[in-house]
Design a protein around this ligand. Structure first.
Ligand SMILES: [Zn+2]
Ligand SMILES: [Zn+2]
Length: 332
């Protein structure tokens, strides 16, 4: 599975890793990312952090989205995937839990969001998928709330994983960090006066992506099915595919009303208008790469040719245009 990654220039690759690491300012995470891995040595495993250290030097905060639901995100840097929070008389339900190292900051923010003295407990923790920037503090929270995920997520978290493109290695999580409840197609949680619909979208960003729709608040958390204004990551080594991404976002656009508020995995809160723009980008760039591949162009040829200028603003440090082309090319 490594050959298609081999074409990424080492310089570009190292730059991506360095930028990512610099954004985190986390000694814990830098050790996980491991410059050592680039040199061929095995990285040290991530250990659950039971200290009361202040955490990485990135501020996080809550932003109201709609109804019961807020989003917690990095305010001045990267803290991981956006966290959806339902706060009300039943307590707290969170969707995803940031990068490792942010557990105390997240707890501090959550403690300001409770609606009564007894309402501070996190009762449910939903994992949109297995990635480290969405499940980084499962072990910290995992002992108390019920952890819910798609059925493919538990076995992934229960064994060591690797993201080859980014030279990242992850040890198996302990029991406290594993989902307690898994499901296949759909599940519902009734909490804080509304139904929260969990829906699986197969073979998209990974094999086990789920959305969480808060039916009264009219807020949809899409996890990494949706990167707002940025080319997304497609984890080809863990069941992701561009065809699945397109099918999933097409289904989302058909299903949810125009006034639905959308929490992406990464980027600011969006409306369905922006999700439709994302779908247009997915379809148009995939079509362009497909035409070039069918015409016999190699991956390098397509990368050198690039994409239409109208997509240049979607390129970013972690998924520049060449990486986006690689995800599409190797998915087709
Ligand atoms: Zn993510
Ligand atoms: Zn992800």
């Amino acid at each position: 599975m490594t050959s298609h990654y081999g074409t990424l220039l080492l310089r570009e690759f190292t730059m991506i890793v360095q930028r990512f690491a610099a954004g985190l300012c986390s000694a814990l995470f830098v050790s996980t990312l491991s410059v050592a891995a680039l040199a061929g040595a095995g990285p040290p495993p991530v250990q659950p952090d039971h200290s009361h250290a202040p955490g990485p030097n990135v501020a996080i905060g809550p932003i109201p989205v709609g109804g019961n639901v807020s989003v917690v995100m990095g305010l001045d840097g990267f803290a991981g995937g956006n966290v959806g929070v339902s706060s009300g008389p039943d307590g707290l339900l969170i969707v995803d839990d940031l990068l490792p190292g942010f557990q105390h900051k997240l707890e501090d923010v959550l403690s300001t969001m409770k609606t009564c003295a007894e309402c501070s407990d996190v009762k449910y923790l939903i994992n949109t998928h297995w990635h480290f920037d969405h499940t980084g503090n499962n072990e910290h929270f995992g002992g108390a709330p019920v952890v819910i995920a798609h059925e493919t997520v538990r076995p992934l978290l229960a064994s060591p994983q690797e993201l080859k493109l980014f030279a990242m290695h992850f040890p198996a999580k302990t029991r406290a960090g594993l989902p307690d409840v898994t499901f296949a197609g759909k599940a519902s949680v009734y909490f804080n006066g509304e139904e929260i619909e969990l829906t699986h979208f197969p073979k998209s960003h990974t094999s086990g992506d789920i959305s969480a729709y808060f039916t009264e608040s009219k807020v949809l958390h899409l996890g990494d099915l949706y990167f707002n204004g940025m080319f997304p990551v497609v984890d080809l080594d863990h069941g992701g595919s561009i065809q699945g991404m397109i099918a999933s976002i097409e289904a989302v656009v058909k299903r949810y009303d125009a006034d639905t508020k959308v929490i992406p995995g990464h980027g600011p809160v969006a409306t369905m208008k922006e999700v439709r723009a994302y779908l247009d980008m997915l379809k148009a760039t995939t079509l362009a790469v497909q035409k070039a591949k069918t015409a016999g162009l190699s991956l390098e040829d397509v990368q050198n040719k690039g994409l239409d200028d109208r997509w240049k603003d979607w390129s970013w440090s972690f998924v520049p245009t060449k990486t986006w082309i690689m995800f599409i090319y190797n998915s087709l």
